[in-house]
Design a protein around this ligand. Structure first.
Ligand SMILES: [Zn+2]
Length: 463
């Protein structure tokens, strides 16, 4: 197919003027590119060098950011693993994909990125290392292979077979050490990767609580802290969290190297993100799945695709996790997911983040758990509505990036009419999408392994 070349003027790098002009190569290779999508569980962007962190936690990710595009503000659909990954794969907000607290699986009627790529002839392979990505929860839809990299496979399989939740799984997951298992499995896969385009999904878990990096990463960021190892202080937790990030970054570097050795790195789209962040007592909590504040819902978003994306781009407008699947399909030259509410970020990338035609739209985060909450994130403003208590908080992120001083509706600086319009539009859009795509109340079990189906039949769940 012919190669077309386009040109776009850009000023980016977050305020620092980039080169006067960026040459945009719009290539249409004969074969669609392979795609590598990495989700690093619980990774806060502000703990990465490329997002301005002072500690050297992320040399490999910093390099990726230098060689590709970095989205300054990417926002997850929520603050916990399962619905966030469902949003990542479907391009749908939590309320519409329906996978979360009320229904703990992604229904088979939902169409995923992996299914779209599989239908387009891609070989699709997933590797995961946390319990909520088990095949049971439906995130493996569309993957030719879905490889478990935990060390408690037997227990989780038994739990599902016996139809009984075992809380010890969570403890096991927190303590689990999975980076070496993922690395070995992914390396072996890359070494025999098929020649045709592939979609490789990698979920890395070890940044997740309870932060037990191996030496030397456990002591790497202790210098200058007064915390004793394991004393549970904020300083101790953060130094160990940062150690996990550095270790995971080294794991990623080894994966990128394996791709490079086979000549696959430069021919593939590499995209790295996270499912949610992690709170370190900013609003009284440690962990996630408590609030929709930025420390819990902001995620990194880096994408590298040489030949198509210029290096060193920084994109300012807020974007959402639900935009990732549409963006990857667009970059690969494939049709969009028919029902996705996320939108392709390619126009924004093409315009180096400064597109006048890019219409600002709030990134939505939801909490559909013991509390019902909906947050709208704009470049400057953030609105968090607690639907359970009927309260609304508005934050001016320019003056209050930590979200500590909510402004009242009567505050003259609040653009109340504009926020109300965004709110109305968003709620209307969510309502319409949810009506179009109702979540079935009974589960379609056809994707389950036969052993599980036999057991469910014996319990009367299946005929
Ligand atoms: Zn998670």
């Amino acid at each position: 197919m012919a190669r077309r070349r386009g040109k776009v003027l850009g000023t980016a790098l977050c305020g620092v003027a980039l080169a006067a002009a960026l040459v945009w190569w719009r290539s249409s290779p004969a074969e669609p590119p392979s795609i590598v999508l990495v989700s690093i569980d619980t990774l806060r962007p502000d703990h990465l060098g490329c997002y301005g962190y002072s500690r050297n936690t992320s040399p490999a990710l910093d390099r990726l950011a230098r060689e590709g595009a970095r989205f300054k503000t990417a926002v997850s659909s929520t603050s916990w693993t399962l619905p966030a990954h469902a949003a990542l794969f479907t391009g749908l907000p939590d309320r519409v994909h329906g996978c979360g607290n009320e229904q703990r699986w992604l229904d088979r009627s939902r169409f995923t990125l992996a299914e779209a790529l599989q239908q387009a002839g891609y070989h699709t392979a997933g590797f995961y290392s946390g319990p909520l990505l088990h095949r049971y929860f439906g995130l493996s839809q569309g993957f030719d292979s879905w490889t478990e990299c935990t060390s408690y496979r037997e227990q989780i399989d038994r739990m599902i077979r016996e139809w009984r939740y075992d809380p010890r799984i969570e403890e096991q997951a927190f303590r689990d050490v999975t980076n070496p298992i993922v690395l070995a499995a992914v390396r072996a896969w890359i070494e025999s990767a098929p020649r045709r385009p592939f979609f490789l999904f990698i979920h890395l878990w070890d940044v997740h609580h309870d932060y037990i990096p191996p030496p030397p990463y456990d002591a790497l960021f202790r210098e200058g802290t007064t915390a004793r190892p394991g004393d549970g202080s904020r300083e101790d937790l953060i130094s160990r969290y940062d150690g996990e990030i550095r270790w995971t970054d080294a794991t990623l570097a080894a994966i990128f190297e394996a791709l490079d050795r086979r000549g696959l790195k430069d021919r593939s789209i590499l995209l790295v993100t996270a499912d949610h962040g992690e709170a370190f007592f900013e609003h009284g909590h440690h962990g996630h799945r408590f609030t929709l504040h930025d420390e819990e819902v902001r995620v990194p978003l880096l994408v590298r695709y040489p030949g198509r994306l210029p290096a060193g781009l920084c994109i300012e407008p807020p974007v959402s996790l639900i935009d990732i699947a549409p963006t990857l399909l667009d970059l690969a030259g494939l049709p969009p997911l028919p029902a996705a509410l996320g939108r392709s970020l390619v126009p924004l990338l093409e315009a180096a983040g400064t597109s006048a035609t890019w219409k600002e739209r709030p990134a939505i985060s939801e909490f559909r758990d013991h509390r019902q909450m909906l947050a709208l994130r704009l470049e400057r403003w953030k609105l968090i509505a607690d639907l359970t208590s009927g309260t609304v908080q508005v934050y001016d992120l320019e003056r209050d990036p930590g979200e500590h001083s909510p402004l009242g509706a009567a505050d003259p600086s609040v653009p109340a009419a504009a926020l109300a319009a965004h709110w109305e539009r968003t709620v209307r859009q969510l309502d319409a999408a949810a009506a179009r795509l109702p979540v079935p109340q009974t589960r379609d079990w056809t994707g389950l392994p036969e052993v599980h189906r036999r057991h469910l039949r014996s319990l009367g769940y299946l005929r």
